[in-house]
Design a protein around this ligand. Structure first.
Ligand SMILES: [Cu+2]
Length: 192
């Protein structure tokens, strides 16, 4: 484009700047309207995995007969639920979706590490996929350090929550003791 070259435009009649800007704005607005531009409006909600059974990083003593996956939005279609362990796949048949919940029937499987991979289509038409890792086995059988493993311990002990509840009354108590001591001493000096 050479039209912006100052030498070529010099002699041409040019609309005042303000007027030109108004025309540009109007043109842009019309173009946007013609293109049907609107802020992206998904047809449905985009789902994410909210919880599962077996739970992520969880330990189950025996392989359950069914696995459940709960999403934050309805599942339109299940592409695949795979549950693979030490002896291969334990997925028994095709998974079914009921609203936001997906159910997969399972064969029994030996103790060990399992990965449940999900691939579903969310309400808004987007693919949602991921892995849930869990373990089948008895607590006593686990190697040392495994009892520090995530899910059960994490929900049981949340020390931060108790922090302020104890700390604030303690501070208040200390402050009142200090105030009482100061007042008491003042009163003592005044009377004595
Ligand atoms: Cu989406």
């Amino acid at each position: 484009m050479t039209s912006s070259h100052p030498g070529r435009n010099a002699g041409l009649p040019v609309a005042p700047f303000g007027q030109r800007r108004a025309v540009l704005l109007l043109a842009a607005t019309l173009a946007a309207a013609l293109l049907g531009w609107t802020p992206a409006q998904p047809a449905g909600a985009h789902g994410q995995l909210v919880s599962s059974q077996p739970a992520a990083d969880g330990l189950v003593e025996v392989m359950p007969s069914r696995a459940f996956l709960t999403f934050s939005a309805p599942v339109k279609e299940v592409k695949e639920i795979a549950v693979v362990g030490p002896d291969g796949s334990v997925a028994n048949g095709t998974a079914t979706a009921n609203g936001p919940e997906v159910t997969q029937t399972l064969w029994s499987g030996p103790a060990g590490d399992y990965t449940m991979s999900y691939f579903v289509v969310s309400e808004d038409g987007h693919d949602v996929r991921g892995d849930v890792r869990f373990e089948v086995g008895e607590l006593s059988v686990l190697a040392p350090g495994a009892d520090q493993a995530p899910a059960p311990a994490r929900s049981a002990a949340e020390p931060e929550d108790d922090g302020p509840g104890i700390a604030i009354p303690a501070v208040v108590l200390l402050l009142s003791v200090a105030v009482a001591l100061v007042l008491g001493r003042r009163r003592a000096t005044r009377s004595g």
